[in-house]
Design a protein around this ligand. Structure first.
Ligand code: GUN
Length: 307
């Protein structure tokens, strides 16, 4: 009996200690900081930063993301341009538009991915002027990031670094496991967490779909960053007690629990994992809003380079 009470107390204590990494709140703080800088830029007689977003096709999720990016621009006082192109746009037409943007007065722009299958993504990314590549996807900027030279950090990993920093999550000397090896998240994330910076200086292991002893590796992680694109894949038994868990996944799935008939899920089974870890980012309201805040930060840097 006495033993059970102790466990319950300990359990409650652990629950109280769990830190919810609130990406929405943090991104709002960052947006407020950016808005102050924009006011100063404009007050000193300069043009407000200008972000353009190119969307090819009618993919619903991409439309939602791009609209959110444009709306965020308004909130901080940026100018924004949405370039909407049909799904039948040819590669040549898109490259012509990119050439136009390279020579326009926009400070930075993004081409929303994925692109329709008939367009070569690498050719498109290579055509973006690295100075205006606020997604940090141009090979020159990827190389600069890997070498630790000044550049635009890709939005999702940059957002995660800011979350870790603002929530004082210690990363130096810690074991960080990155799940997923995409060019947008896993690959740059693993490089950034191993760099000699703060956040960073972690001992990084990257796991992916061909990794055999997955659980053995993930249960060693002090920091677990999950971007594998599988709803609720990470369960409590895959997580070390007291770990920090960052969930990059976002899946809109049918659900009887909501009026819309849909609910958003991450790559992590939040309810059971949150009981075990020190800190966790939720879905929605975690990494997603931070990605937008990072893009705004990169656009601000692009505008400051122009001044
Ligand atoms: N598709 C998913 N994430 C991203 C992103 O960060 N940038 C762009 N351009 N496309 C994406």
């Amino acid at each position: 009996m006495y033993y059970k009470v102790c466990i319950a107390l300990n359990y409650n204590f652990e629950l109280k200690k769990m830190v919810l990494i609130d990406g929405k709140e943090t991104s709002n703080q960052i947006k407020e900081e950016i808005a102050v800088e924009v006011t100063q830029i404009v007050a000193s007689g300069n043009k407000a930063p200008h972000l353009a977003a190119v969307l090819v096709g009618e993919d619903g999720a991409s439309q939602t993301y791009v609209n959110a990016k444009v709306k965020a621009c308004e909130k901080v006082g940026f100018e924004s341009t949405l370039v909407q192109m049909s799904s039948t746009t040819s590669e040549t037409e898109l490259l012509t538009k990119i050439d136009e943007l390279n020579n326009s007065d926009v400070d930075g722009y993004i081409v929303q991915l994925p692109l329709p299958k008939h367009i070569d993504e690498h050719k498109v990314l290579l055509a973006i002027d690295p100075i205006k590549d606020v997604d940090g996807f141009h090979p020159e900027n990827v190389g600069r990031m890997a070498l630790g030279l000044p550049t635009y950090l890709p939005a999702t990993p940059y957002g995660i670094l800011m979350m870790l920093e603002r929530y004082n999550i210690e990363t130096e000397g810690k074991s960080c496991v990155v799940m997923g090896r995409s060019h947008i998240v896993g690959s740059p994330m693993s490089i950034l967490m191993s760099r000699n910076t703060n956040p960073g200086n972690s001992t990084v292991t990257m796991v992916h779909s061909r990794t055999k002893n997955l659980k053995e590796i993930t249960t060693q992680a002090d920091i677990l960053i999950v971007g594998i694109g599988k709803p609720e894949f990470v369960t409590a038994d895959m997580v070390k007690e007291g770990a920090t868990v960052i969930d990059v996944g976002i899946h809109r799935l049918p659900s009887e629990l909501t009026r819309s008939g849909f609910k958003l899920f991450g790559d992590v089974k939040f309810d059971e994992v949150s009981e075990k870890c020190h800190a966790i980012s939720p879905v929605p309201g975690g990494v997603g809003p931070m990605t937008i805040a990072s893009l705004l930060k990169n656009t601000l840097i692009a505008a400051q380079r122009r001044e």
